[in-house]
Write a protein of this length. Structure first.
Length: 297
């Protein structure tokens, strides 16, 4: 039994690491895509600026008036000559401004393209590592299943029923949550009891620990990340004695690799491992692994 518990916890740690890596890949891909769009925008601005410079230079050299000699020969009086020189000065300044813009835009385009290339390459490398991690989790899951199969029927029943709540308790937590938002989260979690555990899953048929709590609170419009350690930083922290239905309970410090949702009467709904799936657990029995609790609403 102890070996099963250890394997289960190890798998959950890996699953949460997988969730974090998945979120990192998505963030890097998003940043890479944004940098790529910036590079394309800068390249377009570069082409436009270069076209403006070409038109300015062409106009200057095609007109006889756009030279000091031409201005002198075509001017009818001194004021006309001075006006022509002033216009030439403005054109020269405009041309210098366009040249400066071209340099700036070209630098921006090169920087954005380099950033996009680096971000997308990093995302691809992490995605490759993520695939290896997924295979590791699948391998460990098979070990867990194989070990479970070696137990006697009585041992399997004891292990898999350890989180079963007697039917007489009824619908746990209903009408007990301190807020309407928390009640929605509790009702959702309770309705998932009996469903399966699959790493990185967030319903509707299977869940991992943070996928379950994420979806439970999503019912009230609260957007949580699919990662237990990150969910810990949402809301305000409460002690064990302050627990109310809807609060999130975190286990296995210091890294925090598990989260479950409290539903009242020393019961929480937890997606723990492949054999047990989504089930009820007693938080008071896990105080040695206690990392903290948060209240979202």
């Amino acid at each position: 039994m102890a070996k099963l518990d250890k394997l289960s916890q190890q798998n959950e740690v890996l699953a949460e690491q997988y969730n974090k890596a998945t979120a990192d890949v998505k963030a890097q891909q998003k940043a890479g895509d944004a940098a790529q769009r910036e590079a394309l925008s800068a390249a377009t601005d570069f082409d436009k600026a270069r076209a403006r410079l070409s038109r300015t230079v062409t106009a200057e050299y095609e007109s006889a008036a756009f030279s000091h000699a031409g201005a002198l020969l075509t001017s009818s009086d001194g004021q006309t000559y001075l006006d022509a020189l002033s216009t030439m000065s403005l054109i020269s300044s405009h041309r210098a401004e366009i040249v400066s813009q071209i340099k700036d835009v070209h630098t921006r385009a090169e920087t954005a393209q380099r950033t996009a290339t680096e971000l997308l390459a990093a995302a691809q490398a992490k995605a490759t590592a993520l695939d290896k991690q997924k295979k590791k989790i699948e391998s460990d899951t098979r070990k867990f299943t194989d070990l479970l199969a070696t137990l006697t029927a009585t041992q399997q029943a004891t292990y898999t029923n350890s989180g079963t709540v007697p039917p007489a308790i009824g619908r746990i937590g209903v009408g007990k949550a301190p807020t309407a938002a928390a009640q929605k989260a509790v009702d959702y979690a309770v309705a998932q009891v009996g469903k399966g555990y699959v790493f990185a899953a967030s319903g509707p048929d299977d869940y991992d620990c943070s996928g379950l709590t994420m979806m439970a609170w999503a019912q009230s419009g609260v957007a949580l990340p699919h990662l237990a350690a990150s969910q810990y930083n949402y809301g305000r922290h409460v002690s064990f004695n302050e627990l109310r239905p809807g609060d999130l309970i975190f286990l296995y410090p210091p890294g925090i690799s598990h989260v479950e949702i409290y539903v009242g009467d020393d019961l929480a709904v937890s997606a723990a491992d492949e054999a047990l799936g989504v089930r009820y657990v007693h938080p008071s029995q896990d105080m040695s692994n206690w990392a903290g609790a948060t209240r979202l609403a």
